[in-house]
Design a protein around this ligand. Sequence first.
Ligand code: PAF
Length: 333
Amino acid sequence: MSHQHTPPNIAVVGAGAIGMLIYHQLTASTTPLLLGRNFTLATAENQAAQLTLEPFSGKVLSADDLAPDDLAPETQACLINNLETVTPEQLATIELVIVCVKSYQVAAAITPLIEKLPNNTSLLLLHNGMGPHLQVMDALQKQCRNDINLYLGTTSQAALKVSNLHVRQTGTGKTVIGHFHGSTLAPQLLSLLLAAIPNSQLSSNILLALWQKLIVNCAINPLTAIEQCNNGQLAQVQYQAHINAIAKECVDVALADGIKLSLADSVATINQVIQLTANNFSSMHQDVKHQRMTEIKQINGFVGERARKHHISTQINDALTAKINQITEDKAQ
Ligand code: PAF
């Protein structure tokens, strides 16, 4: 394909499951650059490698399962480089950087990259939870990079990293992106992005869309992690009062932050996601189970942090944050 020889105009930061999935989806129309940590590279160039994707089978598979025989893995050319050592010259043609690391890794991944980016690059942050956009805005200001634009987004696609440069898609879902700061993307690049990511759309109020998703995460993620259950168990009547109370605090804080949400709609959305993802284990449940760092600080923790700015009390969300921190610390011992 001819586009494989053109210099990359999109960089994907994060060679985790979602980063590799988005990279694969973009290869239908371009060859992006995948920036990861600890790639062992033989040359100082952006290096050619192979990326393997197992398409979505319709079933939830774990890392130890084999994909069904009828779904052959797809392998394609992939351009890689190291996040830490990539040079401004190797990034010279980049117009868009899609950041697919965990929410707690965003600031550390992006801060050293900012000075190497060409003028007028756009960043798109794609993670669970909220908060890193404020850290990125600070970093842009500190480094006097007012020319860099910021887009925010959220994806409900799911994937599992099988091994290095090998990913399995484990779920489909909506991706929403929206403009947050600076200039907007060139229309052609925006169309390419929306066409490449299935079920993606542009939101004219991305903070509203992110808060809507945040409320769902504030209820499902800590409760499933604490109860050690799948999402579907939260449909039981005994959880409804707690879910309502979590959502009520979120709606109040969002309003103080200038984002108007309906409590009834928010609770209805939470219950709808519980039904639609009944057999899934939430990301926080899995993080706790596998003793990984959770995104609690960027989920219920973000609500608490914004609440304190507005002198609002968020006892229920704070208690969930404390409980998850206690569980993960206990597990770390
Ligand atoms: O974090 C997650 O797991 C997902 O965002 C959600 C929507 C809670 C479903 O599991």
